[in-house]
Design a protein around this ligand. Structure first.
Ligand SMILES: Nc1ncnc2c1ncn2[C@@H]1O[C@H](COP(=O)(O)OP(=O)(O)OP(=O)(O)O)[C@@H](O)[C@H]1O
Ligand SMILES: [Mg+2]
Length: 368
């Protein structure tokens, strides 16, 4: 796999430094630092209100930050220190929004041609490029249609075509697929990624859908209340979440409260209501005596034989068939725990659950 991260060499396409945006006393963005490499696909992920759109709009020039710097392709487009501000149309980027934002009175071809006409590109060249990109998004036969005559998925393909027709090195996406139904969304997601790889533009893509983020991103930026909680590859974010917030936001987690009673090599023994549990992942550097949350994922816990290390007796409460997998709810002592696993669990027999220490995370418990 090629390294598309900003560290992969050359000047990043996007450099954000110390960015801050406040509305009154409320900080929508607080000290944001972010690089996006040429051709890299970066996804901003986080819950509603965490500042994703605000950050995207600052990069686009639609929002003026209170502090910080933004460079695009090495050129400063915003700086609070010397007052630089370059308007959106001079930032060499394009945007795709959730609400397609097409001109209803213009044909599909007219909509796609619009940004080229604006730039004074010659007519034959416009015709050629519009035909090219409409073919790329699978709409070469619909150039004469009006947006109102197209499905939602097709309309979003038109906005995508309009975004790539100018050959900008950077495309910003704000939840472009959230208005579409699940199947269309999944198809379009695959097509979008293929196009991005083929053309090689850098992408900053906003979503609150973690599956979408994992599927698209070279790197995911997890945001939390105006700040960046973690930046990393989808795998790093999933395997090595830096905070409890990230661990809980990406994928699902079982959570047990406890107290560290012993350090055993790199691992910790955590005393919980279900007994002592060994956990090896300790990003906060918790120590004996510390109150902690112990986290592990439903897909990492497994039924096992009694007697082995980190194996606990559990009581089966509920089994849910979910198509691709089966989810069991068990009681580990007093704590309800979710386990993804095989369907053939004997509900009458004694059951034991293994919590793999290397997959168990310990995070400091605040105020405890
Ligand atoms: N023009 C504004 N005036 C005041 N507050 C604003 C304004 N724009 C955004 N905010 C606030 O800034 C915060 C971040 O908003 P933003 O739109 O960036 O969130 P988001 O992460 O994109 O959320 P969503 O997933 O709901 O789109 C929110 O609390 C929002 O209420
Ligand atoms: Mg938003």
């Amino acid at each position: 796999m090629t390294d598309r991260s900003a560290a992969g060499g050359g000047r990043p396409r996007v450099e954000v430094r110390g960015l801050e945006k406040a509305y009154g006393t409320f900080k929508a963005l607080d000290d944001i630092h972010l690089d996006v490499g040429e051709g890299e696909f970066v996804v901003l992920l986080g819950p509603s209100g965490c500042g994703k759109t605000t950050l995207l709009r600052c990069v686009a020039g639609l929002e003026t930050p209170g502090r910080g710097e933004i460079r695009l392709g090495g050129e400063t487009v915003f700086s609070s220190t010397d007052g630089t501000y370059r308007p959106p149309e001079r930032r060499n980027l394009s945007m795709v929004f959730q609400s397609y934002a097409l001109w209803p009175h213009m044909t599909v071809a007219g909509n796609v041609a619009y940004p080229l006409e604006n730039r004074g590109v010659a007519r034959p060249e416009i015709a050629r490029r519009v035909t090219d990109v409409l073919r790329m998004v699978g709409l070469d036969h619909r150039g004469d249609a009006y947006p109102g005559q197209l499905s939602g998925g097709q309309q979003q393909r038109v906005s995508l075509a309009r975004a790539i027709v100018t050959d900008a090195g950077l495309v910003l996406f704000d939840e472009p697929l959230s208005n579409l139904d699940a199947k269309v969304r999944e198809n379009l997601r695959g097509e979008l990624l293929a196009l991005q790889r083929q053309i090689g533009f850098a992408a900053v893509y906003v979503t609150h859908d973690q599956t979408e983020a994992m599927a698209l991103a070279d790197r995911v930026v997890v945001m939390e209340r105006g700040r960046i909680a973690q930046i990393g590859t989808p795998r790093a974010i999933y395997d090595r979440p830096a905070t409890r917030y990230v661990a809980g936001f990406v994928g699902s987690q079982n959570e047990i409260e406890g107290r560290v009673v012993e350090a055993r090599g790199d691992a910790l023994v955590v005393e919980t209501a279900a007994g002592p549990v060994l956990a090896a992942a300790n990003p906060d550097g918790a120590r004996p005596g510390d109150a902690v949350h112990l986290l592990f994922r439903p897909e990492h816990a497994a039924f096992a034989e009694a007697g082995a290390a980190n194996v606990f007796p559990v009581r089966l409460e509920r089994t849910q068939f979910l198509g691709t997998h089966v989810e069991h709810t068990v009681r580990l002592g007093p704590v309800p725990v979710t386990v993804r696993g095989p369907a053939d669990v004997d509900p009458t027999g004694p059951l034991h659950l293994r919590v793999p220490p290397e997959r168990a995370f310990v995070f400091a418990r605040e105020g405890a």
